[in-house]
Design a protein around this ligand. Structure first.
Ligand SMILES: [Zn+2]
Length: 138
């Protein structure tokens, strides 16, 4: 399912997840199907998918038991930055992990203006068949 990226980022652009690496060496390979090595890497790739509008990646990396119907990206919401607060487990040798993060965004307020706010979440991730999946917010 390619061609669903609505915003896009070039491989040489700074990665939207804020890692400091370029997109083509950070989240893009994971969007293209490479397994994320850690729960944090998967979380970062999901954030970047929201930024670039990769609905397919968000769908594929959401546990089928908890995944809501899409679409997941909303044109009125702009994601401004990601900060990882804490990671518990979620390493290459783990089967579960927790990643706490803060994602800043700007959205329409429904009254013709815009609001900036933060999404603070402690998310649980599990690994199935070698692939990390987002399960739920705790
Ligand atoms: Zn990244």
């Amino acid at each position: 399912m390619s061609g669903v990226r609505t915003a896009g980022a070039r491989p040489s652009d700074p990665c939207p997840c804020g890692s400091g690496a370029v997109f083509g060496a950070c989240c893009e390979p994971i969007h293209d199907g490479a397994p994320a090595p850690t729960a944090e890497a998967l979380m970062r790739s999901r954030y970047s998918a929201f930024v670039v509008g990769d609905e397919d990646h968000i769908f594929r990396t959401w546990h089928p038991r908890t995944r809501p119907p899409g679409p997941y990206c909303h044109p009125g919401t702009a994601w401004l930055g990601l900060r990882i607060v804490e990671t518990v487990g979620g390493g290459a040798a783990d089967e579960t992990g927790i990643v706490e993060f803060v994602a800043r965004y700007r959205a329409w307020d429904g009254r013709g203006g815009v609001v900036e706010d933060e999404l603070v979440e402690r998310g649980r991730f599990i690994r199935r068949a070698g692939r990390w999946l987002y399960e739920t917010a705790l």
